[in-house]
Design a binder for this molecule. Structure first.
Ligand SMILES: Nc1ncnc2c1ncn2[C@@H]1O[C@H](COP(=O)(O)OP(=O)(O)OP(=O)(O)O)[C@@H](O)[C@H]1O
Length: 805
């Protein structure tokens, strides 16, 4: 780069920074002043306004004053928020106002415009000249999509064509240009090299300065209802998803708030890992949750649903135990579309017969039997959907309860209770009586006046019968108390025995077929039935049963929906079943969906292929409403690590590493666990000495993690942290972690604790090993104390080194 260019850019940078600084200083008193004013009005708001209701006019006046005050307050707060936002974004810009520049000459204009791009816009005093363009503006997309030459971008008014004459990247720190590159081919190879060469962090970083063209297409896609991203490990899916959230919040800032976007993450730890990206970009975080949280919320009070981690732990550790194969078959089947179809058919069957109800009992006595409910239910018009009939039944039950409650007042048990009432209950009734007495007196007065006016004698002469009324009220309140929980549970649909309805699917094969219109079943169906029922009996649910159970519940009670949410993001999308997708679609009927995942990392049994021609995900909204984007460039790991990992995956040939070199993965075989542990600790120490801060010893299961952790501790590894599914967030340092919790995150160095055939030998363990190895950014070590896993043995010998000991 010519020194003259450098000098000119530094001078411009200083000019812009001075303007930023001046504007910040200018805004400061306004921001501070407004804050004071707003709090001031708030403070005095209630003091000054007293509600005077003595006359109608006074009341109206007070009401008007309140309204006026709150309108002033709202206006001030709006203005304040806007100015504060400006002030904040300028402060954010100040140390590093922009990261890119393009010179663009629009066709038909003589002038080439210089466009500087940063994390938000900054306009000169004239209110027209953009000194910095927000990266999300239409013109800024040129920076991500083109190299110098012919280029175009889309605005709401149409496409603008022209020529990009220059594309420049900056690294600016504390107001100084540290680096400057003119890009010719793809953007930011130099800058990207530098960014990717850095160490892993305990928090994910924003990639705004180096977004790649294929990622930009994901970020700005605003066409389809469903956007599916199938991307190799480390291809920037999560990064792109977060930038997309920031983009949507900017583009639709008038209509969408951050809390109308929800992201489903694989686990709570991941939630904390990505939580700083949006604030770094000056945006509020979207809502984040996990599917498990949702299941627990809706099922937790009645049944204990197992979580996905316990399920996978079982799958990986219980081989050879009785019933294991059947459980596996069950997991696969219950996640399938066949089962979903079977349940839909089951819903139809329930419309004709087979509904199960819980009778309503009071004091060991049947009030309304399950049989009566059944007869009533099947008496309704059969063409009505199941849940409409359930609602009709609910209304009927509430009415029935009301009349039964009236009759119940004369039951002998009420008399008994009457004799044992405590003083508190008497006092309550006494209070009620007095209120009644007032009413009674008023009614008496009214009757007397009428009598006088109409000159007619009234037939009945009123007298307030205290004793009679007292007993009546007491009876009423006793019965009411005992009916209250009944009414409440009817409102919550407890009269439908969902557990029995779900359970009766698992009686035997013949019954299942009959009830689901001939659905096919896996070979070990009777064992699957036995296991499912046994779990239900203990008020527990297998993880694979949780979503189907909710599905059946909603067939009966009606669908739950959230119409506020406009965008749903699902990260690690390969780990959700077709069932769960159906569910999300119904839950968020007004939302567009973005699903990001990698079938190469599908380690759970209920995996869904994101891109196969017959993928249930494409069917969810139909092909016309779905866009599919594939990412094959991997940015996380060095070229050597990517060459190693991609050879492990069938079909992995197309994965291309970003050109960043390092050492080949190292295979270390040692005879005996003790030696292995000692070597691992020595390697961790050496890696630390090289400056690698985040190091993960990755195991296959949680059980193995614990063993490894304890064993490494005995050999002196006190500074290690053990990560379990309960760990709330990551800290930098060395840790032991099971692979399924390391999903989505990355480390400077990964040490695969045991890469033997025993650990990674079965077909479904290939992807586990792949997922573990692809967490590494700079270094990858694998260890064994015996043979190597067949997936390692099958690798070309030139993709790794072997340790000389
Ligand atoms: N355009 C980019 N510029 C800079 N860094 C990038 C870019 N794209 C991806 N990265 C980096 O690559 C790493 C992997 O990104 P990310 O975690 O988003 O990938 P992923 O596809 O979600 O990975 P996985 O499926 O393995 O979890 C991160 O460190 C991210 O910062």
């Amino acid at each position: 780069m010519e020194t003259k260019d450098w000098r000119l850019e530094q001078e411009r940078l200083e000019r812009v920074r001075n303007k930023l600084q001046a504007r910040i200083v200018e805004l400061e008193p306004e921001v501070a002043g407004l804050r004071d004013q707003a709090t001031d009005i708030r403070k005095r708001f209630w003091e000054e306004v007293t509600i005077n209701t003595s006359t109608h006019e006074d009341f109206e006046e007070s009401f008007y004053t309140i309204n006026q005050q709150s309108a002033v307050l709202a206006e001030r707060e709006r203005g304040h928020k806007l100015l504060t936002q400006q002030w904040k974004s300028m402060n954010r810009l100040l140390p590093s106002p922009y990261f890119g520049r393009i010179d663009f000459q629009e066709d038909g204009l003589d002038l080439s415009e210089q466009i500087y791009i940063g994390v938000s816009s900054f306009v000169d005093e004239d209110g027209l000249s953009f000194l910095i363009y927000d990266w999300r503006t239409p013109i800024a997309s040129l920076y991500y999509d083109y190299s110098p030459g012919l280029a175009s971008y889309v605005t709401p008014a149409g496409r603008i064509e022209g020529t990009m004459e220059l594309k420049r990247q900056f690294q600016i720190q504390n107001g100084q240009i540290r680096n400057m590159f003119d890009a010719s081919e793809t953007i930011g190879d130099e800058l990207l090299q530098q960014v990717l060469g850095k160490g892993a962090d305990s928090q994910m970083k924003s990639i705004v300065a180096t977004i790649q063209k294929e990622q930009n297409a994901i970020i700005r896609n605003d066409k389809s209802r469903m956007l599916i991203v199938q991307g190799a490990a480390g291809s920037g899916k999560t990064s792109a998803a977060l930038q997309r959230v920031a983009y949507l919040l900017y583009k639709h800032r008038q209509t969408i708030r951050a809390d109308q976007i929800v992201l489903f993450s694989p686990n709570p730890m991941f939630t904390s890992y990505i939580s700083t990206v949006l604030p770094e970009l000056g945006e509020e975080n979207m809502q984040q949750t996990t599917f498990q949280e949702y299941l627990d919320y809706w099922l937790g009070s009645s049944l204990r649903p197992e979580d996905a981690f316990d399920q996978i732990e079982f799958v990986l550790t219980a081989q050879g135990t009785p019933g294991y194969e059947a459980r596996l078959q069950g997991i696969e089947y219950k996640a399938s579309e066949t089962f979903l179809q079977a349940l839909q058919n089951y819903g139809m069957w329930l419309g004709r017969e087979g509904m199960r109800f819980n009778g309503i009992r009071v004091r060991e006595r049947d009030l309304i039997t399950a049989e009566r409910m059944r007869v009533k239910f099947y008496g309704y018009d059969h063409s009505l959907p199941l849940f409409n009939r359930v609602v009709l039944l609910q209304e009927w039950l509430l009415n029935e309860l009301a009349s039964l409650e009236r009759m119940e007042r004369n039951a002998p048990w009420v008399q008994e209770e009457l004799d044992y009432l405590d003083t508190e209950q008497y006092a309550e009734v006494f209070g009620m009586l007095h209120k009644e007495r007032e009413l009674f007196d008023l009614a008496e007065l009214y009757a007397t006046v009428r009598e006088k006016m109409s000159n007619k004698r009234r037939e009945d002469e009123g007298d307030f019968d205290f004793a009679g009324r007292e007993e009546d009220l007491l009876r009423r309140s006793i019965v009411k108390e005992s009916f209250k929980p009944l009414r409440k549970s009817v409102k919550k649909f407890s009269f439908v025995d969902v557990k029995a309805i779900f359970g009766q699917l698992f009686v035997d094969e013949a019954a299942y077929r009959q009830r689901t219109n001939g659905a096919a079943v896996p070979a070990q169906w009777s064992e699957i039935c036995r296991q499912t029922k046994e779990k239900l009996l203990r008020n527990e649910l297998f993880h694979e049963d949780a979503t189907p159970y909710l599905y059946v519940k909603e067939l009966i009670e009606g669908v739950r929906t959230n119409t506020e949410i406009r965008y749903v993001f699902v990260d690690e999308g390969q780990d959700y079943s077709p069932f769960q997708y159906e569910y999300l679609k119904k839950l968020f009927p007004r939302a567009r969906m973005t699903v990001l995942g990698d079938f190469g990392q599908a380690i759970f049994m209920q995996a869904t292929s994101l891109e196969a021609a017959d993928s249930p995900l494409v069917r969810l909204f139909g092909e016309a409403e779905t866009s599919l984007v594939r990412l094959v460039r991997s940015y996380r790991s060095t070229r050597e690590i990517v060459e190693f990992t991609k050879s492990m995956l069938p079909g992995g040939e197309e994965i291309t590493p970003f050109e960043r070199g390092g050492q080949k993965p190292l295979l270390t075989r040692l005879d005996g666990g003790e030696k292995r542990d000692a070597q691992i600790l020595a390697d961790i120490a050496a890696l630390r000495a090289e400056g690698f801060d985040s190091i993960a010893v990755i195991t296959k299961t949680a059980a193995e993690s614990r063993e490894a952790y304890e064993s490494l501790q005995i050999h002196g590894g006190e500074a290690l942290q053990l990560i379990t599914k309960e760990t709330p967030g990551f800290e930098k340092g060395a840790m032991v972690i099971p692979v399924y919790l390391a999903k989505g995150v990355e480390f400077d160095a990964v040490l695969v604790y045991d890469a033997s055939p025993e650990a990674y030998g079965r077909a479904n363990e290939r992807k586990l090993l792949y997922t573990a190895c692809t967490r590494a950014m700079h270094r990858l070590h694998l260890y064994t104390t015996g043979d190597w896993s067949p997936f390692v043995q099958a690798l070309p010998v030139n993709v790794y080194e072997k340790a000389p000991y």
